[in-house]
Design a protein around this ligand. Structure first.
Ligand SMILES: CC(C)(COP(=O)(O)OP(=O)(O)OC[C@H]1O[C@@H](n2cnc3c(N)ncnc32)[C@H](O)[C@@H]1OP(=O)(O)O)[C@@H](O)C(=O)NCCC(=O)NCCS
Length: 200
């Protein structure tokens, strides 16, 4: 089956969050969330080295919509907004990257809006997406990659019982352009994943 024919039912709903693809017109709110969070994003995210304009954020949202139709990896993968149920605000973003649909292998990437940090929201979102990957998409391998010094990021897969499969030496350039190692956390199933109520 060609990826365009894959069905990914959305939204994914957890006790505190809703995960769903961005919609045309949401660039302005995404821009506010990004600018608010830039100090936390800059050390890790190559795209956060300069402040995006409203127009650039809206372009990104529209590229997300295209990717969601095609189910393509192309550059940004398949991003989902994390919506805080209480305030309806964009609390962060999770995304599938480097999908190999015929296994399937999926990589999960993420960032949190600063004001929503330290509440366990990202751990909840990634727990939900891990369940969705296995139960809905039949994923055989789910990866989370991060730099060894990104301790807050590493704690997300560690809390969720992902296994540190490899430390890839000088496998990537960090935001300062220096060669950096990469941790590869992996799950192949839901064994031992902390309980969470999720529906989609
Ligand atoms: C990586 C990142 C998403 C982690 O965010 P985070 O807020 O630490 O993660 P969570 O939302 O899962 O929150 C976990 C924290 O909330 C705390 N917490 C508070 N209330 C909680 C609750 N009700 N349930 C669970 N945890 C709760 C946890 O104890 C934990 O804090 P601790 O690590 O000090 O113990 C965030 O730092 C970020 O966006 N960084 C920049 C971008 C980035 O690096 N992305 C990843 C690239 S690989």
């Amino acid at each position: 089956m060609r990826p365009i024919m894959l069905n990914l039912p959305m939204p994914i709903v957890t006790p505190r969050l809703i995960l769903r693809p961005p919609k045309i017109g949401e660039g302005a709110e995404l821009n506010t969330a990004t600018i608010e969070s830039i100090a936390e994003l800059r050390p890790w995210m190559p795209w956060a080295q300069t402040l995006p304009s409203n127009e650039q954020s809206e372009e990104y949202v529209r590229e997300c919509c295209v990717n969601w139709i095609l189910k393509t990896n192309s550059f940004i993968g398949l991003p989902m907004f994390i919506i805080d149920k209480k305030t309806k605000m964009i609390a962060g973003l999770v995304a599938y990257h480097n999908m190999v649909w015929d296994v399937p292998v999926l990589e999960i990437g993420y960032w949190m809006r600063t004001q929503f940090g330290n509440r366990g929201y990202m751990t909840e979102a990634v727990n939900a997406l891990t369940r969705y990957s296995v139960l809905q998409l039949n994923a055989k391998r789910i990866e989370i990659r991060c730099e060894p010094t990104n301790i807050r990021s590493r704690k997300v897969p560690e809390r969720l019982g992902y296994h540190l499969e490899a430390m890839l030496r000088t496998n990537h350039r960090n935001v300062r352009g220096e060669p950096s190692d990469v941790c590869v956390y992996v799950r192949h199933d839901l064994n031992g994943l902390p309980e969470l109520e999720v529906r989609w």
